[in-house]
Design a protein around this ligand. Structure first.
Ligand code: G6P
Length: 609
């Protein structure tokens, strides 16, 4: 949601700023704009729609070696050119781009209107621009002006500002919303996401909350809101630039689906202890003593990450015999949660920036709870704000709908559950069997991918189906939900993921002859009951696609199509059964000609509550 890119250096800023915004497109946006400074004038270009529209409207670009740009996802005010960022103060001296929401905007706007300011947009950002502009007009430097303006706002703000009278410098600030600064030789870049920086540099400074940075071609100086100097560590951007490119794939989503074996392999490397039949998670070990006192685990997350959390809760209950639940972070944050010192909270988020998940973990930490994080993005807010954590190392995930991060997050919950299981009830031999199953997983996932043609055939056959049901039991209930979510997100098909048990308590009424139902029937303890569900569906004429063991003849007789599973340990099945569901959703969306990587109305990272 919303992207920020800025540049200050010796080169023309326009192509760098637009290029950076393009790398942030995946976050979702509805309009874009850029400001540069040339000959002490602010040059502004803004446009509704894709970045291409912005470039088409300014084929020559804008002149200047300093610039800031923004891709906006409308929150305050509709999708109009006037509401696009950057926003200028009424004196047209300073310009800002802003991610976040100013909660007390109405009071501030009223105050400024009473003083004669005429706002040109409906945005909260223009109000902030005006506040900064007034400070600058009163003779303050840009950093000082930003600082004073920020003291007046309540809410969240990741901002970058420029002053036409001092064009050798940008000022960036972080109040809740991420800002990273790339360091170069005689140039600096600033963005809301390290992905935008990587083509230019692999060295960055990550702003912490309530920090303000003055950025010039020579480097960065950071202070806190009380103007105390902050010593910043230079961090390495770990991914390679080409990891964020589509390569030969038509869509990022397909690339990311196919990257799963590699991502899983990378994610488990060095973390399995085959001898002890256990796992090693670096972050966890630093808190090991406290872990022996843990009597309950509460996962919290949103969207796809919530489904990976549900798998984690299942594993904890079933194999570690540890009471565990998975909570919707958006709910947990506002439910006045009961937090105790014998509970481990595990926040999961691909981006590490989902506002609801951060809200929940902040609430829990405020009450003294111990919070572990599982995230894909190094240096993200979640990584910084948890007590310890694990990176899933799936590599950049660009497509809005999450695929490889899901399997990598499930893997992280497996490693965590295995560790707890070995601290509690699970014997060494059983632990070793689990480890062996995990070791086989990358190759087995590859095997599931090889069935893409069958998934494509199914997708082409059912692309016009108005509704699709996904059912599973036990560890595969969340996978059924994830399959339905994929189809909703990118193919806009009404779909539901259900437990086999829940199906007959209502949703069965939706079944009509020929309606597609995906059934997850691995050869585990749920199989017998799933056979009952298959009979109920068969009797009503559903077209059943089962993900089941290759040699399960009983299932094969009951269903229309089988996507075969290799023999596997029951703990790892979600990372196998989900693959055909991802491929199916992809090919349905492809057949319908939709914008797969950027589905309508959605954003990759939802940074507002
Ligand atoms: C948004 C995305 C979902 C994603 C969810 C959680 O809703 O559209 O695809 O699963 O956020 O994102 P996170 O980065 O916290 O995993």
């Amino acid at each position: 949601m919303c992207g920020i890119m800025g540049y200050v250096g010796k080169e023309e800023a326009w192509p760098i700023v637009v290029g950076g915004l393009r790398r942030l497109e995946y976050r979702g946006y509805d309009s874009a704009g850029v400001v540069t400074v040339s000959r002490k004038r602010l040059r502004l270009a803004r446009s509704v729609g894709h970045l291409r529209a912005l470039e088409d409207s300014h084929p020559e670009g804008l002149p200047g070696t300093v610039g800031i740009g923004h891709t906006r996802w409308a929150t305050h005010g509709g999708v109009t050119q006037a509401n696009c960022h950057p926003h200028l103060d009424s004196a047209q001296r300073i310009a800002i781009v802003h991610n976040g929401i100013i909660d007390n905007v109405e009071a501030l706007r009223k105050e400024l209107v009473a003083q004669g300011v005429e706002f040109r947009s409906e945005t909260d950002t223009e109000v902030l621009a005006e506040l900064i502009g007034r400070e600058v007009a009163a003779g303050r430097g840009l950093r000082d002006a930003v600082l004073r303006a920020l003291r007046r706002i309540e809410g969240t703000a990741g901002i970058v500002a420029v002053d036409r009278n001092d064009p050798e410098r940008l000022v960036a600030a972080r109040i809740g919303s991420p800002v990273v600064i790339g360091l170069g030789d005689g140039a600096c870049w600033v963005a809301s996401d390290a992905l935008a920086l990587r083509p230019y540099t692999d060295r960055m400074v990550v702003l912490e909350d309530s920090e303000i940075a003055e950025i010039s071609p020579d480097g960065v100086r950071t202070v806190d809101l009380d103007e105390r100097d902050r010593d910043k560590r230079v961090e390495k951007i770990l991914h390679r630039p080409e990891e964020a490119e589509k390569g030969d794939y038509e869509h990022f989503m397909l690339k990311e689906i196919w990257e799963q074996p590699l991502a899983l392999d990378r994610s488990m490397r060095g973390r399995l202890d085959a001898g002890m039949g256990s796992s090693r998670l670096g972050g966890l070990e630093t808190h090991e003593q406290r872990l022996f006192d843990i009597r309950r685990v509460v996962f919290c997350a949103c969207g796809t990450s919530l489904y990976s959390a549900q798998v984690g809760a299942y594993l904890m209950n079933r194999y570690a015999r540890m009471p565990a639940t998975a909570e919707d972070a958006a709910e947990l944050a506002v439910q006045n949660p009961i937090v105790d010192r014998h509970t481990l909270y595990v926040a999961i988020s691909q981006s590490g920036e989902t506002a609801d998940t951060l809200g929940a973990l902040r609430e829990i930490r405020l009450r003294g709870g111990l919070v572990a994080g599982i995230t894909n993005v190094v240096g993200s807010s979640l990584a910084r704000e948890t007590d310890f954590g694990t990176y899933v190392h799936a590599g950049p995930e660009i497509s809005v709908c999450s695929t490889k991060a899901f399997t990598a997050q499930v893997l992280a919950t497996e490693l965590l559950s295995l560790r707890f299981a070995r601290m509690r009830d699970l014997g060494a031999n059983e632990g070793r069997a689990w480890v062996a199953a995990l070791e086989k997983l990358p190759a087995q996932t590859q095997g599931m991918l090889e069935q893409w043609q069958l998934c494509k055939q199914m997708a082409e056959r059912f692309q016009a189906a108005p509704y699709t049901m996904f059912i599973g039991r036990g560890i595969n209930v969340p996978v059924a939900s994830e399959g339905a979510l994929k189809l909703k997100e990118i193919a806009y098909v009404s779909a539901e993921g259900l437990s086999g048990g829940g199906m007959k308590h209502g949703p069965l009424a939706l079944i009509e002859p020929g309606l597609p139902v995906w059934a997850l029937v691995p050869p585990d303890e749920t199989r017998e009951r799933m056979l009952g569900n298959l009979r109920e569906l068969e009797a009503r004429g559903a077209y059943i696609i089962a993900v089941a063991a290759a040699d399960d003849t009983e299932v094969a007789e009951l269903v229309d199509t089988v996507v075969p599973l290799p023999p596997h340990h029951p703990t790892v099945s979600p990372m196998l059964t989900v693959v055909p569901l991802q491929l199916y959703a992809y090919y349905v969306a492809l057949a319908k000609g939709y914008d797969i990587d950027k589905p309508r109305n959605l954003a990759k990272s939802v940074t507002v509550m």
